[in-house]
Design a protein around this ligand. Structure first.
Ligand SMILES: CC(C)(COP(=O)(O)OP(=O)(O)OC[C@H]1O[C@@H](n2cnc3c(N)ncnc32)[C@H](O)[C@@H]1OP(=O)(O)O)[C@@H](O)C(=O)NCCC(=O)NCCS
Length: 339
């Protein structure tokens, strides 16, 4: 690949299992210790839909990028870009992106767009190429092992009986499939047919279902129902009895907790929530957290990252008041570019 003479000379090679340590050596401190690549690297190498690349300078690893083909092979999602700290600010990330695009053009001509997720404030250079198509509030919490029990008790107290009375089901495979097929529910809860799961931005194209099922996610769903009159939302309509009624249900997806580099034994639990009914959000956080904590190895703490519609931020902050916030980002953005 030809290069601008002012940029460092970079070679690109496929990443292998043997490169793991070197990739980790350029990844220190990324995302404040919540980098998922250390945990996913080897599994990703076995995924036939994913490709992983190293950028090398004078034989040393100086960058990493991967993409996974989704939406029936028509979209490439870029994930886990990083450049070695001593090489940053020299345009290396731009070279990596160009290499990925060239690879997509040559090896995967069926790919029509590239998509990625980012925290708030993407660099201006990115916004000249990518379009922001969606964003969501991010609320991360740190729950050390010795505070988990107390934290759960506190959340239990704050979830009202009204919220508990709403029907919440854990969806099995058949129901998840139906959920994907039922276009009304899908369109209401996932406007534009987008679904971000643990920073992976997908459409609700049926071909993505298998990928999601493989991730052993806990799917929880609350059916649409009547809600208290104390909340306001543009999505509320008034029933013939004058009671506000939410037209859509509420969906949450919880990852099985996975280890992150933040500290010995610390695991991360991502809870992606869809819908904007404030009477559902608290009970979903509580129930997902309970399931997540049950799956934790004994004596480990958790970084719990909540992703929800921006209109629910205040509701979630109220629920989590007094718990330790964790600093990563406040917002999750989905960016897309036609290629
Ligand atoms: C973000 C990071 C990869 C930028 O690397 P860099 O080589 O210092 O970036 P530069 O500012 O020199 O390069 C700018 C180019 O990279 C692109 N770029 C920067 N960050 C990008 C990102 N997250 N995704 C896609 N492209 C990005 C810019 O659009 C620009 O492209 P151009 O040269 O074609 O205009 C680097 O700081 C890093 O590794 N940070 C820690 C990990 C991280 O935050 N990764 C972001 C993943 S969301």
């Amino acid at each position: 690949m030809s290069q601008d003479t002012s940029s460092p000379l970079i070679d690109f090679v496929p990443a292998t299992a043997e490169d793991y340590e070197e990739v980790m050596s350029i990844s220190g401190g990324i995302y404040n210790g919540t980098d998922h690549l250390p945990f996913r690297y080897h599994a990703w190498l076995k995924d036939p839909h994913r490709r992983m690349f190293l950028a090398k300078c004078k034989g040393k690893v100086v960058g990493f990028e991967s993409f996974i083909l989704v939406d029936h092979g028509t979209t490439a999602v870029l994930e886990s870009l990083r450049v070695a700290p001593w090489m940053r600010g020299q345009g290396v990330a731009g070279l990596i992106q160009k290499f990925c695009l060239a690879t997509l053009h040559s090896d995967h001509p069926e790919v029509k767009r590239v998509r990625l997720t980012r925290g708030e404030n993407p660099p201006a250079a990115m916004l000249t190429k990518f379009e922001v198509i969606k964003s969501k509030a991010v609320l991360p919490l740190f729950l050390p092992a010795d505070q988990l029990k107390t934290a759960l008790k506190l959340l239990e107290c704050r979830v009202t009986n009204f919220s508990r009375s709403k029907e919440l089901s854990v969806l099995g495979e058949e129901e998840i499939l139906r959920f994907f097929e039922e276009s009304k529910t899908r369109e209401e809860l996932l406007p534009g047919g987008f679904l971000v799961q643990s920073w992976l931005p997908l459409t609700t194209h049926i071909s993505n279902l298998h990928l999601l099922l493989n991730r052993r996610i806990v799917w929880m769903y609350s059916h649409p129902g009547e809600s208290s009159g104390s909340v306001s939302s543009s999505e509320v309509s008034t029933s013939c009895f004058g009671t506000p009624t939410y037209l859509e249900g509420f969906l949450s997806l919880g990852t099985p907790p996975y280890p992150v580099p933040f500290g010995e034994g610390i695991h991360q639990l991502d809870i992606d929530m869809f819908g904007n009914d404030p009477s559902c959000v608290k009970v979903h956080v509580l129930q997902q957290l309970k399931v997540g904590v049950q799956a934790l190895p004994a004596g480990t703490g958790i970084i719990c990252v909540l992703y929800a519609d921006e209109s629910l931020r205040a509701e979630i902050e109220q629920l989590c008041e007094g718990l330790t916030p964790f600093q990563i980002v406040r917002e999750q953005m989905i960016l897309e570019m036609e290629i």
